[in-house]
Design a binder for this molecule. Structure first.
Ligand SMILES: [Zn+2]
Length: 196
């Protein structure tokens, strides 16, 4: 699963890949070196649902808001679809839930692994597909590649029976919360009230 971060630029949401540790600067830009008020952000191989880790320096404590809650200083695990706000800009982290395609090896995968669909024991070197899971539901179920491709093609509504992952779901993108009404909005509304 690849980690990316989304940021707002000129009113549009743009993803950028996060393949190595980078420094996060104002506006959601990624820098190769630390700068003024930067935070270290690093992709993590999915661990406990986290897709990235954010290091909040002590001097930025109180300015970082994670999913609507003020963040403590230190290391912050970021999950898929997490929202981080710093001052007046923000980012979203995303893990692209893409099945891993690889060859089965009893040394790296579960020795007793069986295909989740056919229940057949897997042979060394056999092509397999590993279910990526979905937000909040890590999976990792192993399928024979051929079995996976066949059911995905044959059943439009196929979902991984273990986690509910939908192989035909589109790429995720954040939906920014509707901005809170400002005083101007309130005055606009008051003007629309019929006078009595
Ligand atoms: Zn699954």
């Amino acid at each position: 699963m690849a980690t990316s971060i989304w940021f707002e630029h000129d009113g549009a949401l743009t993803p950028q890949a996060l393949a190595a540790p980078r420094w996060l600067a104002a506006g959601g830009r990624l820098l190769d070196e630390p700068g003024f008020d930067t935070l270290l952000i690093a992709p993590v191989r999915r661990y406990e649902g986290a897709v990235a880790a954010l290091l909040v320096p002590d001097d930025l404590r109180g300015r970082v808001v994670h999913n609507g809650m003020p963040a403590e200083g230190g290391l912050l695990p970021l999950r898929h679809a997490d929202h981080v706000q710093i001052d007046d800009w923000s980012i979203w982290t995303a893990g692209e839930f893409i099945p891993e395609e690889t060859a089965y090896s009893p040394t790296t995968h579960d020795q007793e692994a069986r295909c989740f669909i056919t229940k057949a024991r897997l042979r060394d070197g056999e092509l397999i597909t590993i279910c990526p899971g979905q937000a909040g539901k890590p999976c990792g179920m192993v399928y024979k590649r051929a079995a996976w491709t066949t059911v995905v093609a044959a059943a439009a509504k196929f979902r991984c029976p273990n986690c509910g992952y939908d192989p035909k779901a589109g790429v995720w993108s954040p939906t920014p919360a509707t901005p809170r009404p400002t005083l101007d909005h309130v005055f606009e509304l008051l003007k629309l009230e019929p006078s009595r």
